[in-house]
Design a protein around this ligand. Sequence first.
Ligand SMILES: Cc1cc2nc3c(=O)[nH]c(=O)nc-3n(C[C@H](O)[C@H](O)[C@H](O)COP(=O)(O)OP(=O)(O)OC[C@H]3O[C@@H](n4cnc5c(N)ncnc54)[C@H](O)[C@@H]3O)c2cc1C
Length: 387
Amino acid sequence: MSTALQFDPIRLPPECEVLRREVRAFLAEEIAAGTFDPAAIETDDLFNREFSRRVGKKGWIGITWPKKYGGQERSFLERYVITEEFRIANAPVRLHFTADRQSGPVLIKYANEALKADILPRITRGECCFGIGMSEPNSGSDLFAASTKATKTDGGYRINGTKVWTSNAHNADYLIAIFRTAPATKENRRHGLTSFLVDMKSPGITVSPIYNLTGLHDFNEVVFGDMFIPDTHVLGEIDGAWKQATSELAFERSGPERFLETFIVMIELVRVLGAKPDVRAAEALGRLVAQVHTLRRMSVSVNGMLQAGKEPIVEASVVKDLGTVWEQRLPHRAREIAAFVDSGDVTNRALFEEHLAFATMIAPKLTLQGGTTEVLRGIIARGLGLR
Ligand SMILES: Cc1cc2nc3c(=O)[nH]c(=O)nc-3n(C[C@H](O)[C@H](O)[C@H](O)COP(=O)(O)OP(=O)(O)OC[C@H]3O[C@@H](n4cnc5c(N)ncnc54)[C@H](O)[C@@H]3O)c2cc1C
């Protein structure tokens, strides 16, 4: 096998299991207090200010970040455990999730000291929501075709154009967005894009909802009409955002959220099959468990490599490709496995069917968000030296 693909054999260390118990106890308390219902079909309630604040108090947002910015300087493997437990419990993390996963790390790397000191502690306290402004109506997979313009003016830039599919924009305090500061050059078609921190309170921003197939309001169209961004909000190198974008992707593509979004269906399937499934169902369920276990080992490995300071871009792409295809197929597999099961209890079966219907409706998006399957396979092929 090519050494370009290297999954270090990493296991979760003992401190992770201690943390897992703490996280489970916290989630059990929150469930008992009625904050959320882990068996509920997803609703807009996944955005919950009070819950995010309580998670922040625990020190579980920005857990890997420097202490001077409100972090705990703990490991990516500990962060993995928190993400996994919160995802499986279907906890309402929407306010802080993007900021914790990728916006904070981008600020740590590229923002000036004043921005870091102002914003990062607010993120860790669970008070600050971020969105990602990359895709545009004619620029999705081909990020470098982005045309929303940032025109230099006194003390900053004027922004004109449209971003689309912007998750969370209607709740976000900030976006990290890329805008065109110069045309691409003949030598480098990726040249000319700059990354900016957008304060969503700035005049000149119009956010309009786009409802997804389930009727939920997750993403948006965001139109910038002569919005002003100060020079201090440039993140990294002017015209050089393409150099920065790739390192963000390893954070975005490798976590357990990349194979657990439909996992509730598996939990429900186990419940419907009961304590004594027939041989056919047991064999099929065993296969699913083995597959998710393998994905988990790979995701842990990528997080261990991030901890070691590596940039496992190709491995993260493999996890996202295999993980999202798996979670996308899960509702179909569950429907087949449960097809001949007579659970005897109609109510019992109804909840399973509801989750199946919801997961089937969200399944198409799983292999699009954060980079499509085809694009990931292109990255993997390049990493292996095949193109
Ligand atoms: C639920 C959801 C949430 C999202 N949230 C955000 C967000 O918060 N912020 C944001 O900026 N974007 C967001 N997106 C947008 C997402 O990143 C894009 O949808 C994705 O990058 C694909 O871009 P596109 O939709 O323009 O499709 P296109 O790029 O037009 O692709 C169309 C088809 O062509 C294929 N294709 C394109 N290029 C290649 C290639 N080089 N090789 C092979 N096949 C190719 C694609 O795989 C796809 O099947 C979100 C999308 C979804 C579904």
